[in-house]
Design a protein around this ligand. Structure first.
Ligand code: IMP
Ligand code: MG
Length: 534
């Protein structure tokens, strides 16, 4: 995409060619979707003909599945209206900007029946709409008058004009995704940290639950069914749900899930604000309900295969540790093995060493498992660079999200996964196969994405925030502004301070080992000071 836009940039013509170029991308995506659908139908009808290859597939051989059309032109226009990319003379559109535009298009794709602007604006907008191939009504299904207007610039105005859906306990269908799955580390909280005080993000998650959306954290962090360890990582969010008025109903709380170890341990939030294991077997058990998925359900994994996979991964990780002279320690759990920093004051493991270790272990597993079991299928696994560590998990996020879709009966096109690891050495990458995805780089971007989803669904998210939290300067690029905004606000959250200081223990997020609380150094008594002085 970046290279196709270079041409317009070099010729100084982005202002005239930009929107049409994005329309062209939409056409390529539509063509690719049609051909994928044809291929799927042919497979079902055992048609032996060679499938057609899309132009997009020829340009980008690794291109995946598009679960929805993408209104890329509209997204580009909204983004450009705010950031004026077409006025730049020296700096071409960047990878990050293209990521933002794709994210925006994906958010818009979910909302097809709300209107955010005034009537004149909508009319203008609807005229231009026809230039966006993804939004052109296909067949009799699409209703152009119901496609959202979206402007990144004027949040307050949009909020005033929004057909505000005041959240109710029996809401209509949410005009957005039915289920949003979230990665944990670096998406809801910083890498290795916990969900502590983040009222904005917590409010948006609360609003999703209030409006009928299923929310699930699908994280690689696996502590078996030791629920208090996951609760510790989400403690600020669970506390927020407990304090926020009006309280969430039991049905709303029950729509919050956590899948630990990628797809191994499924938990659900109860009315006591605690996480409870979801029954695995028997009537209504999630493993029983997904047995039909074959090796795509942990219900069918032979224990011997799990052990062999972990043995091979262990061999490779330990080889990397030795040969690359890494300052790291090896961990083995029931469903994963990992290399993590030694801790204390030891330096972080360099990114190059992490990537080398991932590629090496992937290669080792691919060759060993696929050559020995030639025809028999292999259980799913995921080798990834977590930013500070390397892990091989049995299972992956494709399996995790797919199980939720199947167990909760949510179609792929109504599911959205939000995560930070979408390089081919990351663990969110696998989710692309089963649902639309949004690639963020920090919890601040997740917050922004949720605000946009809520707004497009007709809910005014800012009205639910305390005045000092309403700062809207944080755009998709607004992290520096955000820092400035945070500096301006010096409110001390005493409840949060209290909650943190009274927590009984902290936890090693890698092993799940509980550590004794850090006792603040006490002031020396006058007697001790006197004796020290002697
Ligand atoms: P995610 O980003 O929420 O998927 O979490 C990934 C991070 O979880 C890794 O980078 C690790 O720091 C941490 N983690 C803790 N336990 C495990 C495990 O058993 N497997 C993989 N990652 C783990
Ligand atoms: Mg992550």
């Amino acid at each position: 995409m970046k290279s196709m836009l270079m041409h317009s940039f070099v010729l100084d013509a982005l202002a005239t060619t930009g929107p049409d170029t994005f329309s062209h991308f939409e056409e390529l995506v539509n063509e690719h979707r049609d051909i994928c659908m044809e291929a799927a139908n042919d497979n079902n009808s055992n048609n032996q003909q060679q499938p057609r290859q899309s132009r997009l597939k020829r340009l980008v051989p690794t291109v995946g599945v598009f679960h929805t059309p993408l209104p890329l032109r509209r997204a580009y226009e909204a983004y450009n209206a705010k950031y004026k990319l077409d006025k730049r003379r020296h700096l071409a559109i960047s990878f990050n900007e293209i990521r933002h535009i794709l994210n925006l298009a994906q958010i818009m794709a979910f909302c097809t029946a709300c209107s955010m602007g005034n009537e004149a604006e909508n009319e203008q907008f609807n005229l231009r709409l026809l230039e966006s191939p993804a939004l052109r009504p296909r067949g009799t299904g699409g209703d152009v008058s119901k496609i959202p207007n979206f402007c990144l610039d004027d949040f307050d105005k949009a909020t005033k004009n929004a057909t505000t859906v005041t959240e109710t306990d029996a809401p209509g269908k949410f005009n957005g995704p039915s289920m949003i799955t979230f990665d944990g580390d670096q998406t809801l909280y910083s890498d290795g940290a916990n969900f502590e005080s983040n009222p904005k993000l917590a409010t948006y998650l609360y609003l999703l639950l209030r409006n009928g959306v299923t929310v699930a954290v699908v994280t690689a962090a696996g502590y078996e069914y030791q629920t208090h360890k996951y609760e510790l990582r989400l403690s600020g969010l669970l506390q927020f749900f407990q304090d926020k008025q009006p309280l969430l109903t039991e049905e709303q709380l029950n729509r919050f899930y956590l899948f630990g170890g990628e797809c191994n341990y499924l938990l659900r939030l109860g009315k006591d604000y605690k996480l409870h294991p979801v029954k695995e077997f028997g009537a209504g058990g999630w493993m029983t309900a997904t047995k039909y998925l074959g090796l795509d359900s942990p219900a069918n994994w032979p224990e011997n295969d799990v052990t062999r996979l972990l043995d091979l991964a262990e061999e490779s990780l330990k080889g990397s540790l030795r040969e690359q002279n890494l300052k790291a320690k090896f961990i083995r759990k029931k469903r994963s093995v990992g290399l993590v920093p030694e801790g204390g004051s030891s330096p972080p493991i360099p990114r190059e060493a992490l990537d080398e270790t991932v590629l090496r272990v992937s290669d080792h597993l691919d060759t060993s498992l696929r050559s020995t079991s030639e025809r028999s299928p292999v259980i799913p696994y995921c080798a990834f660079n977590g930013g500070r560590d390397v892990w091989v998990d049995v299972g992956n996020k494709r399996v995790g999200v797919q199980i939720l879709q199947s167990y909760l009966d949510v179609p792929a096109a109504e599911t959205l996964h939000i995560g930070d690891q979408f390089l081919n050495t990351g663990n969110d990458y696998a989710a692309r196969q089963t649902c639309p995805c949004i690639w963020i780089t920090s919890p601040d971007e997740t917050t922004y994405v949720l605000k946009s989803i809520l707004r497009l669904a007709g809910i005014a998210p800012l009205q639910h925030l305390a005045a000092h939290e309403r700062d809207d300067s944080m755009g998709l690029d607004g992290l520096s502004l955000r820092t400035e905004a945070t500096c301006r606000i010096s409110n001390v959250d005493f409840t949060e301070l209290e909650r943190r200081t009274s927590a009984v223990a902290t936890m090693d997020v890698y092993t799940g080992e509980l550590l004794p609380p850090v006792v603040p150094p006490s002031k020396p008594t006058p007697a001790a000071t006197a004796s020290d002085a002697k």
